[in-house]
Design a protein around this ligand. Structure first.
Ligand code: HEM
Length: 375
């Protein structure tokens, strides 16, 4: 290793150690403090005083001029949810956490000049730069802010989950190594292997992919910015799990692009990775199980996200501030539908253990999907 880099690395390790000692002491004091309800701003209550400041952050990001434009489930929400994954997944349970890749530690923001240049992180620089000044303004760590923004953002989506939020991550990290974030062109084997290193089972990978229910792409095919992965990108519903199983018929833009396969609806975008995971025998039954069970999809997503958002962290040193996360609006329907113009014959059912459930078809002309508008 070049001596300059080594010296930098050694000084970072020494700083990290000092920060860790100071934080552990602080965390122990926090953990030891008796739990009692405190009143925060606007009469809101929290079980721990350290959570009060997160109400201020909430008011800021969900405010009319805030990051989420008055509490929308729009582009910034989608990007913030994606960022929770891209920060956290730089982690392996088979390595000491301080040798690069500390998980949900804010490294993607602290070392943006390195991590946002990784191919799989294409496009995350925008949301990193939008979030950074807000984290600094409120004096919270990058790792905390990224997970908080993702949790608040997805709570703005109708039918969304109410994610757990733990506060207290150190504002110190090493850059995560490259090649830890899965790519849409990866095989199911490669994705399950990488996610397995971070501690996720095949089913949990499916559970996390409920996030693609409120998602769109900008960079796989840059000619069709904002083309969504399902017909309802502002609603956290199971349409994504149905629509990925429909026969692909055409490319919505100038495809095929790397990581793209044909989609079933005009304007809708399909990632090769979603297509393959939906049909793989290891993941197909978990995938299908969400089609007519919204509550199951939400509860599995909440559980998997609790794990993702604290990867590399010792939760005993964090404070549970989940009460600050808003309660999302309830979904109108608990069962997905077939888009207008499609029938059960268009479904490529892939679970060998149970038949594909009967779903109603939406009335009207064949569904086509408009792009998510930029904010
Ligand atoms: C497991 C493998 C995964 C692959 C291969 C993958 C790949 C992708 C790709 C290529 C995009 C489009 C990015 C763009 O062009 O702008 C995307 C978007 C997105 N992903 Fe994933 N993803 C995966 C898992 C996840 C997970 C676990 C989460 C969250 C927990 C997530 C959340 C999102 C969201 C919310 C978007 C939409 C971003 C936007 O609309 O701006 N993804 N994903």
């Amino acid at each position: 290793m070049n001596t300059g880099i080594k010296r930098y690395r050694d000084s970072q390790i020494s700083m990290a150690f000092k920060t860790l000692v100071a934080l552990s002491a602080l965390a122990m004091a926090v953990v030891a403090a008796p739990s009692h309800t405190v009143t925060c701003s606007k009469g809101r209550t929290a079980s721990n005083a350290v959570c009060c400041k997160w109400f201020e952050v909430l008011d800021d990001i969900n405010g009319e001029d805030g990051l989420f434009d008055g509490g929308e489930c729009g582009e910034e929400t989608h990007e913030s949810l994606r960022l929770t994954f891209h920060d956290a997944i730089g982690f392996s349970q088979f390595k000491p956490a301080n040798v690069g890749g500390g998980g949900a530690d804010g490294s993607i923001m602290a070392h943006a000049e390195i991590e946002t240049n990784f191919h799989a992180n294409n496009g995350v620089d925008e949301i990193v730069e939008a979030q950074r000044p807000i984290a600094i303004k409120h004096g919270v760590s990058f790792g905390d802010f990224i997970q908080f923004a993702g949790a608040v953002g997805v709570s703005n989506c109708v039918g969304g989950p109410r994610l757990q939020f733990f506060a207290g991550r150190a504002n110190f990290s090493f850059p995560a190594p490259d090649k830890t974030v899965p790519e849409p062109s990866d095989s199911v084997n490669a994705i399950l292997k990488r996610m397995g290193e971070a501690g996720f089972s095949a089913n949990e990978v499916v559970d996390l992919l409920a996030s693609h229910s409120v998602a769109a792409q900008d960079h796989v095919d840059p000619t069709i910015n904002g083309s969504p992965f399902d017909s309802t990108p502002s609603t956290f519903d199971a349409q994504f799990f149905v629509e990925t199983l429909l026969k692909g018929t055409a490319f919505p833009g100038n495809g095929p692009n790397v990581g793209e396969v044909k989609s079933p609806l005009a304007g809708e975008f399909r990632l090769q990775s979603d297509f393959a995971i939906a049909r793989d025998p290891r993941t197909a039954c978990e995938w299908q199980s969400f089609v007519d069970n919204h509550d199951l999809m939400v509860s599995r997503f909440e559980k998997a996200m609790a794990k993702l958002s604290t990867l590399g962290q010792n939760t005993h040193f964090l404070t549970d501030c989940s009460e600050v996360i808003p309660v999302p609006k309830k979904a109108k329907s608990k069962v997905a539908t077939l888009p207008a113009g499609k029938t059960k014959k268009d479904i490529e059912a892939s679970c060998k253990h149970s038949p594909f459930p009967s779903l109603k078809t939406d009335p009207g002309p064949t569904t086509s999907v408009p792009p998510v508008p930029p904010s």
